[in-house]
Design a protein. Sequence first.
Length: 203
Amino acid sequence: MARRRTLRPEEQEIWAAVARTATPMHPGRQLFLKEVDTPRNAVPLHPEAPEPRGHTHPRLPLFHLGEKSRSATRLDLVPTPSEALSAAPLQMDAKTHGKMTRGKLTPEARIDLHGLTLSEAHPELIRFILNAQSDGARLVLVITGKGRRGEDIGPIPQRMGVLRHQVPQWLRMPPLGQAVLQVSEAHLKHGGSGAYYVYLRRR
């Protein structure tokens, strides 16, 4: 076990300078950091010590272990499909896009993927989109359904509507990316958030 020793005068000066730059965890209390057992060598930390230089981080509010969060804001790292599509750049004519999102345009073809698994829906979607483009169609409707929440037994929350999240990604990837000009959430008259308008490029 190492022996304790008293601080030399120059060490006390250095320690006092360091202690003055420390921020107390409990303001208002007089704290002592002791290097030895004798109280004469105790160096007080002033409760109103100045902030260290370069300290720009905001202080966190006081809290107690076990208390509920005071913020009601929910932070989602992944945006919803409608948020992601709304933030996507506009590739088609703005006037036509406005008519499409207001439900003023009638889809020329539609496919209903509701109830299919991912492995079943992907090839069906590829076949439908490429055939529609070959036939000269411009606006088609892809119905995915809104999905339903299954039994949640794991520590990670389950995402509701797997197809609704996956279809926009498939439409951006090969081989469909070259055929698709714009994807938008459908109007309520055509299925709302459970369906997508897909505007195709001309061949």
